[in-house]
Write a protein that binds this ligand. Sequence first.
Ligand SMILES: [Zn+2]
Length: 211
Amino acid sequence: MNDQLLELVDELSRVGADAVQRGLALASGGNLSVRVPGADEFAITGAGTFLDRLTVDTYAVVDLEGRTTDPSSSVRPSSEWKLHQRTYRARPDVNCIIHLHPQYAVLLDALGHRVRFFTLDHAFYVKSIGRTDFYPNGSDELADTAALEAGNHNCIIMGHHGSSAIGPDIEMAYRRAVNMEQAAEATYRALLLGDTESEFPPEQWEKLHHD
Ligand SMILES: [Zn+2]
């Protein structure tokens, strides 16, 4: 890895620890990746690694064709590497992918509920959420349908599995990941209180997003 990628990997490892602390992933569930903007390869957490125990030695480097590119490394990429590879191919502007197994987002989706946005942060950072049906972990179907959804959304829920949040850098991808799950938890609580409609005022959306 070059110095620029090493620096990014270091930042991503801190995000992994924070995600586990927040309960967004359990044990070795979830996987993270990052690339230097414009690069045709990315660093991804290794197969079976715990997200709160990441170091530079627990990542594999994979190119956009799906080949591991660091011959000196014995780390195998996460079994979900295709999910990352296909999304990077679909979104040249994306340089970080945070794939987690957050419980509220996945539960609401399984129950057929839409995740609603309640706060400014939910609306601004998450903006919209795509979804895919369940496909086996590591499959082409999962990777391809998620990449297709990434054409329209920066946050995606994968049925009965997990979520992806993507962004131009690590900070933005992670902000999206935590806000998506917070919105899901808020939606869950609203449903428990019997509320099925409240959300961030639609007339305010225009002022938030000009693109
Ligand atoms: Zn997963």
